[in-house]
Design a protein around this ligand. Structure first.
Ligand SMILES: [Zn+2]
Ligand SMILES: [Zn+2]
Length: 113
């Protein structure tokens, strides 16, 4: 079974700043010759290191993922991202290719960071 594929055209908003995130490609050495490529979205706000990938929103500090920072609204196979803001509600959308599920939460759902 292949891993669920992320949609290629998503535009997640930072769950802290509610601005559109930028797609980046991170390469990391995993020891030996293993190279690990990771395609998260990063918040463009200076000083913000929020990232989004199929595991949800996380903060990266000094190249390390801070597990306590994870903000995850799950669908069946992946996380949902903040797609848009409507007044005081956040519209979340599944990031997995072929899945159109969405849900709305209170804006107050935002994590305290
Ligand atoms: Zn941000
Ligand atoms: Zn889904």
């Amino acid at each position: 079974m292949s891993a669920p594929k992320l949609k290629c055209d998503i535009k997640p908003l930072c769950d802290k700043h509610l601005v559109e995130m930028e797609a980046v490609r991170v390469k990391a050495k995993m020891g030996g010759s293993d190279e690990w490529t990771w395609d998260p979205f990063r918040c463009p706000v200076q000083g913000c290191t929020r990232s989004f990938d199929s595991g949800g929103y996380i903060t990266v500090s000094n190249g390390m993922i801070d597990p306590a920072s994870r903000n995850f609204i799950g669908c069946e196979e992946g996380a949902m991202f903040v797609e848009s803001v409507q007044e005081d509600r956040l519209i979340w959308r599944c990031c997995i290719d072929g899945c159109e599920r969405s849900r709305a939460t209170d804006r107050a759902f935002l994590p305290e960071l």
